[in-house]
Write a protein that binds this ligand. Structure first.
Ligand SMILES: Cc1ncc(COP(=O)(O)O)c(C=O)c1O
Length: 456
C-alpha cells in the first residue's frame, strides 16, 4: 500500500498496476479496491465478447430486472434450506413447472432437483438408473456388477465422464452416413441384462438435431417383448427440453412416453438464465431410489436432497423462477421462435453460398451446422473460415463430427436470445465476405488452420 489518497493516485501507475507480474502467488499486502477491480476487469478484456460467442449454448443476456434480482440474491447458498426456506420452496416450484411442461403423468408423484448444469443433472440421472438396476438385480438374486449404459457416439462429454467416474461401461452406437442421428438402430445387438438404460439426446450438441426418442422407445418395447429386458430411457434435453415444449409441442419425446424415466435440461441454455443452473426431473418418486437421497435440516425438520455439490449459488434458481413468471408459455414460445427464425435465416444464407451444404437447418433446436461440399476446394478449410470470423469478433467453431462421420468437419452456429436480426445480418455479411476472400486465394493456405479448439 502506498498510503496515498485514492483520488490523487494516478491510474495505471498505482501499486499493483505498475508491474507486469501476474499474481500467481498471493500478494503480501493490500491494494486499493479500485485498482484490484481495474486489474481484474482489464485482464478479462482479452476474453471474447459473450454476445458474439456463437459457439456456446449458454445464456449471455438477461434483462435489467434479472440483473437486479441477481444482485439482490448472490449471497444465498442454495443448500442452506433452513436459512432460506423461500428459495428452497422456489427451487421446488421450478422443477414442478418443468415436470408439468414435460407432461409427467402424475404431478403429485414427481421428484426433481436443480443442479449446477446439465452435466451434474446427467450424472444424477445416470446414478438413479444404475442404482435402480442394482436393486432390481439384487432383488432377483442376480449379480449387480458390470452395468452398461447405451448412447450414441454424439453424446456430450458429460456422459463419458459419468461412465468413467461411476464405473459404468459406455456402450457407444456410432453415427454413420446411413444413421447420422442415433435412431435405435443397433440397440437389439447392444442391450443385455446389464444395461441400466439408454440415453437419448434432445438436441445433439454437434448439430442441434433431435434423436427420435419415440422411435428409440418403440425399439426398446420390441426388445422387452422378445427378451423381457425392461430398459428405461434418460432424455438428455440439455438444450431441446426447453425448446420442444414450445416449438414442437406435438412431438412425443418426454414423459408421455412411459419408457422415459428422467429428463435433464440446462436452465442456463434455452432456459434463458445466466450460467450455473440445470435441472433433472424423474417421472415418479419410484424412479429415484430412496437410498440416493440425503436429508438436510429444513425448518426444524428435514428436506431430501440429491446432488453432487453441497454449497451452490441460490441466485440462479431465483433467476429461473423469474424467467418462468416473466415469460410464461407465451413468452418462451415467442423467444424460442424468434431464435429459430434467426437460425433459419442464417442457415438459408449460408446454404446459398456455393462452397457450403447444410448438415442441419435449425428446424429442431435453433442451431445449425454446415460443411464444405465434398471436393469443393483444397485451398482452405472451415478452420480457416473460423479463424477469419474470429478476427472480426465472431466465435464460430469448426470441429469434426463423431463416430464414423469423424472425417467430416462442420461449423455450427447456436442462435440464442440476444442474437438479434441486425447482428445476424452482420454475421452473414461477414461470412460472405470472408468466404469470398478464401475463394479468391490463388494457392492453398500453407498451414492447416488452428484446427478444433472447441470441446463438446
Ligand atoms: C446434450 C448435452 N448434454 C449435456 C451438456 C452439458 O451441459 P452443461 O454445460 O449445462 O453442464 C451439453 C452442453 O452443451 C449438451 O449439449
Amino acid at each position: 500500500m502506498s498510503g496515498l489518497d485514492d483520488e490523487l493516485e494516478p491510474i495505471f501507475t498505482r501499486f499493483g498496476e505498475a508491474t507486469t507480474a501476474r499474481y500467481t502467488k498471493l500478494p503480501e499486502g493490500e491494494m486499493l479496491p479500485d485498482t484490484a477491480y481495474r486489474m481484474v476487469r482489464d485482464e478479462t478484456m482479452l476474453d471474447g465478447n459473450a454476445r458474439l460467442n456463437l459457439a456456446t449454448f449458454v445464456g449471455t443476456w438477461m434483462d435489467d430486472h434479472a440483473q437486479r434480482l441477481y444482485a439482490d440474491s448472490f449471497d444465498k447458498n442454495l443448500i442452506d434450506k433452513d436459512e432460506y426456506p423461500a428459495t428452497a420452496a422456489i427451487e421446488e416450484y421450478c422443477w414442478r413447472i418443468l415436470a408439468d411442461l414435460w407432461n409427467a403423468p402424475n404431478p403429485d408423484d414427481v421428484i426433481g432437483t436443480s443442479t449446477i448444469g446439465s452435466s451434474e443433472a446427467c450424472m444424477l440421472g445416470g446414478l438413479a438408473l444404475k442404482r435402480r438396476w442394482q436393486h432390481a438385480r439384487r432383488a432377483a438374486g442376480l449379480p449387480a456388477e458390470k452395468p452398461n449404459l447405451i448412447m450414441s457416439s454424439a453424446v456430450q462429454v458429460c456422459w463419458e465422464k459419468f461412465c468413467n467416474y461411476f464405473d459404468v461401461e459406455m456402450r457407444v452406437i456410432p453415427t454413420t452416413p446411413e444413421h447420422p442421428v442415433f435412431d435405435g438402430e443397433g440397440l437389439a445387438e447392444t442391450v443385455d441384462e446389464h444395461t441400466i438404460g439408454v440415453v437419448a439426446l434432445m438436441g445433439v450438441t454437434y448439430t442441434g438435431a433431435y434423436e427420435p426418442v419415440a422411435k428409440i422407445a418403440g425399439i426398446l418395447d420390441g426388445i422387452q417383448a422378445t427378451t423381457g429386458l425392461d430398459v428405461p430411457i434418460h432424455v438428455d434435453g440439455a438444450s431441446g427440453a426447453m425448446i420442444a415444449p414450445f416449438l414442437q409441442p406435438d412431438l412425443e419425446w418426454d414423459f408421455r412416453l412411459p419408457r422415459v424415466a428422467s429428463i435433464n435440461t440446462s436452465g442456463h441454455k434455452y432456459g434463458l438464465v445466466y450460467p450455473g443452473v440445470g435441472w433433472v426431473v424423474w417421472r415418479s418418486t419410484a424412479s429415484l431410489p430412496e437410498d440416493l437421497v440425503f436429508r438436510v435440516s429444513y425448518l426444524g425438520g428435514e428436506m431430501p436432497t440429491f446432488a453432487l455439490n453441497f454449497s451452490r449459488p441460490g441466485a440462479q434458481v431465483l433467476l429461473q423462477y423469474y424467467r418462468f413468471l416473466r415469460l410464461g408459455r407465451r413468452g418462451y414460445t415467442a423467444i424460442q421462435r424468434e431464435s429459430q427464425q434467426v437460425a433459419r435465416y442464417l442457415a438459408d444464407g449460408v446454404a446459398a453460398l456455393a462452397p457450403y451444404e447444410l448438415v442441419t437447418d435449425g428446424s429442431d433446436i435453433p442451431v445449425f451446422a454446415w460443411r464444405l461440399k465434398p471436393g469443393h476446394t483444397d485451398k482452405w478449410t472451415l478452420s480457416h473460415l473460423s479463424e477469419r470470423l474470429r478476427v472480426r469478433g465472431w466465435l464460430v467453431p469448426a470441429y469434426p463430427l463423431s463416430g464414423e462421420l469423424a472425417d467430416q468437419t462442420v461449423m455450427r452456429i447456436v442462435c440464442r436470445n440476444g442474437l438479434s436480426r441486425d447482428l445476424a445480418e452482420d454475421l452473414l455479411r461477414d461470412i460472405r465476405t470472408e468466404t469470398a476472400l478464401l475463394e479468391s486465394l490463388p494457392a492453398p493456405i500453407p498451414h492447416p488452420g488452428l484446427g478444433p479448439a472447441f470441446h463438446h
